[in-house]
Design a protein around this ligand. Structure first.
Ligand code: UDP
Ligand code: MG
Length: 311
């Protein structure tokens, strides 16, 4: 992790195929930051772009000493990119934002103003979210589901537009889990925070990298990474099945002994068998998921591979 203190503010920005938007982003960021009166650095993490984003960044860096660039060997995902940026940055305050200008740089001063003595983390909530219908729906469901999972002790904020003191990053680093889903992790840590309203803009160029499929994957990651909920469901299903089986057995015994009837139960049996076969397969699947996670954690591969850093 980079050393703190040598600059006051670090911006950490993941980039995946955003070449068309980068020049405007950098010029608007500089305009805002130079007005702050603090020293700052802008860290771009190129997450394996293949549209020339990194070349564009290098070009921009030639005229701008504030930029520091990091390039992954391939696409490792937004979370990995943010983590890498956090490790490189040196600021006492770190601002994370997307590179697609949906998080307007002009809102950054508002985030910084929200830091008072007690606050370690400033999260944001869009005044009005400007995303496609499906993307918005996907986010709502992810948030609702996550909140359900955590219960009321954790207030989930999934926006990737946030600002934090350096200490928060050190706490993130101390969590050694595989899926460092930043927003969830930071919500889970529940460091003293405030949530402020900010503008949210339409993506001007390119399109979202999060399809419904990606969002389902994220949800699954959220569930298996942060709870044992599926395992508990399986336990309850097993309990339920065992109780039903026991009741049916009592009923059949009663019929046989008291009423003297022998019920021919092929159909009943097939149904019950199919149900339990299903439950068993499902259980094995769930167990496998967790075992897979343990396996990955044991392998302990890095979250990303860096190709180069340009200071
Ligand atoms: N991003 C990334 N790696 C990925 C996907 C996205 O670094 O694999 C970056 C992307 O360039 C953007 C941010 O993460 O800066 C958010 O992505 P996007 O705007 O596509 O998501 P949305 O706004 O729909 O949440
Ligand atoms: Mg976006």
């Amino acid at each position: 992790m980079g050393k703190g203190g040598s600059v006051e503010i670090s911006l950490v920005i993941p980039v995946y195929n955003e070449a068309a938007i980068l020049p405007e982003l950098v010029s608007r960021l500089n305009k805002v930051c130079s007005g702050l009166g603090n020293s700052y650095e802008i860290i771009f993490v190129d997450d394996g772009s293949d549209d020339g984003s990194f070349e564009t960044l290098q070009e921009l860096k030639r005229q701008d000493p504030h930029l520091r660039l990091l390039k992954f060997t391939r696409n490792f995902g937004q979370q990995a990119a943010v983590l890498a940026g956090f490790r490189l940055c040196r600021g006492d305050i770190v601002v994370q934002l997307d590179s697609d200008l949906q998080h307007p740089p002009e809102e950054i001063p508002k985030l910084l103003e929200a830091f008072t003595g007690e606050v370690d983390l400033v999260t944001t909530i869009p005044k009005q979210r400007r995303d496609g219908f499906l993307r918005t729906l996907g986010s709502r469901y992810l948030h609702g589901f996550g909140q359900l999972l955590f219960g009321r002790t954790v207030k989930l904020n999934l926006s990737s537009f946030r600002a934090m003191r350096r200490g928060v990053i050190e706490k993130v680093e101390a969590c050694r889990d595989r899926s460092r889903y930043m927003a969830v992790l930071m919500s889970w840590m529940a460091v003293p925070s405030v949530e402020i309203q900010v503008e949210h803009h339409i993506r001007q160029k390119g399109r979202t990298k999060y399809s419904i499929l990606n969002l389902i994957q994220l949800t699954w990651d959220l569930i298996t990474g942060y709870s044992n909920f599926p395992l508990r469901v399986v336990t309850y299903m097993g309990l339920f099945g065992a109780l039903i089986g026991f009741a049916v057995m009592l009923f059949l015994l009663y019929q046989r002994i008291v009423q003297g009837v022998l019920i021919e139960g092929f159909i009943v049996l097939s149904a019950v068998f199919a149900f339990f076969a299903g439950v068993q397969l499902l259980s094995i699947g769930f167990l496998g998921e967790y075992l897979g996670r343990v396996h990955m954690q044991l392998q302990n591969r890095p979250d990303y591979i860096i190709e180069k850093v340009i200071e």
